[in-house]
Design a protein around this ligand. Structure first.
Ligand SMILES: Cc1cc2nc3c(=O)[nH]c(=O)nc-3n(C[C@H](O)[C@H](O)[C@H](O)COP(=O)(O)O)c2cc1C
Length: 367
């Protein structure tokens, strides 16, 4: 059997293969952010489809941190019960499930109190972004909110959490010199810009212990002038390694229209060269870091996924859009039909979600 189907362990989490469903906002949460039956059913389909590790869509840790409509939330104890059933369904099928926790920061939707969104620094770029600076008390509160989110995730039965440190959301904003222009201990040097993430990791560890799995999704590059760059990604990964992170998922882009690339690129060709957006970043990472790597972005071919793992360029293969179109893709590959994923990376799946109908593959639906 290919290495892709090795049984492995991340911290205490036993995985049946090396396939990960990368976090995917469904636009199907209940209006208060609680988990809906539709989302639970989608996760069940992924588990039936033999995805080893499912990372949920991003869940906001406090009510100022919501970044998308009908997004999952984990800001209050009353939300815990809604997740339990979903977690149980996934576990019964032998898959593992981790909750992605986030705060949108400067990219937050209209605030519940109509106050301005905040980022690490006040920043106004017409038609792109407008936010005030988060103050030090709010930074301390943020660490508490992320920690409480992790505590709730554990209570709901999740196998761990993933800190969302990518795609231009708050934790990425702190890392990025484009967003973070602070002059205190949370800005300036890379050690200072990484401080909030490291404090959150440490606080979660103090609350839940070393055995609770904590992953992070990091940008390898913001693809923005003056943004977070690959060399800094390696530095931050080294800091996270020393602080005891369990795995790093590499991605890129900020969601702002001034980023050269978005995290979900629209494909221009069908060639193998267009797959694996962050191959160079993975090589950089692997040279210096021994924490398991989860690689996302454009991976569509079985043979390529196999090669990436065999050449030890990554430990895990993470997929988002291919599993919207084919939730049973991993099962299909495991059963020997190793044709490329049907996803054509058109981003049509965002359209119904933004219209309030939830994600689905519009191409598949037209057939
Ligand atoms: C509909 C949709 C929703 C997404 N939601 C999230 C999310 O909640 N959290 C996250 O980290 N990334 C999110 N992403 C980005 C994906 O996880 C992934 O990084 C990106 O799509 C590249 O992988 P792919 O080429 O396999 O699709 C989303 C992407 C899509 C298309």
């Amino acid at each position: 059997m290919d290495k892709l189907f090795d049984k492995t362990k991340i911290n205490q989490m036993e995985l049946k293969n090396r396939f990960v469903r990368s976090a995917t906002w469904e636009g199907l949460a209940n209006p208060d952010g609680s988990c809906s039956e539709k989302i639970a059913d989608m996760m069940l389909e992924l588990a039936k489809g033999q995805v080893g590790l499912i990372i949920t869509s991003h869940a906001y840790v406090n009510q100022y941190g919501q970044g998308s409509i009908r997004q999952l939330g984990i800001y209050d104890d009353r939300l815990i019960s809604g997740y339990k059933e979903m977690v149980e369904k996934v576990h019964k099928k032998g898959s593992k499930i981790v909750l992605q926790i986030t705060h949108a920061g400067a990219r937050a939707l209209a605030q519940p109190t109509n106050s301005e969104p905040f980022g690490p620094s006040s920043l106004t770029i017409k038609d792109i972004i407008s936010c005030r600076e988060i103050n030090i008390i709010e930074i301390f509160k943020m660490t508490e909110d992320f920690t409480m989110a992790a505590v709730r995730a554990q209570k709901a039965g999740f196998d761990g959490v993933q800190l969302h440190g990518a795609h231009g959301f708050l934790l990425n904003q702190f890392l990025s010199p484009f967003f973070n222009r602070r002059e205190d201990r949370y800005g300036g040097s890379i050690e200072n810009r990484a401080r909030l993430i490291l404090e959150i990791l440490q606080a979660i560890r103090s609350e839940l212990g070393r055995q609770f799995t904590v992953l992070i999704k990091l940008n390898s590059d913001d693809f923005i002038e003056g943004g977070f760059a690959p060399s800094e990604m390696v530095q931050v990964s080294a800091m996270l390694e020393s602080a005891g992170i369990d795995a790093v998922e590499l991605s890129g882009g900020t969601g702002l229209k001034i980023s050269k690339y978005s995290s979900s690129r629209v494909s221009k060709s069908d060639s193998k060269e267009d797959e694996v957006y962050y191959l160079d970043a993975a090589k950089l990472y692997k040279r210096k870091i021994s924490v398991p790597l989860i690689l996302v972005g454009g991976i569509r071919s079985y043979e390529l996924a196999k090669e990436l793992v065999e050449k030890e360029l990554t430990d895990y293969i993470s997929l988002c859009r291919p599993l919207i179109r084919e939730p049973d893709l991993i099962k299909r590959w495991q059963e020997g039909d190793i044709k490329k994923a049907k996803c054509i990376s058109c981003n049509g799946c965002f359209v119904p979600a933004r219209a309030g109908e939830g994600i689905y593959c519009v191409v598949e639906n037209q057939r």
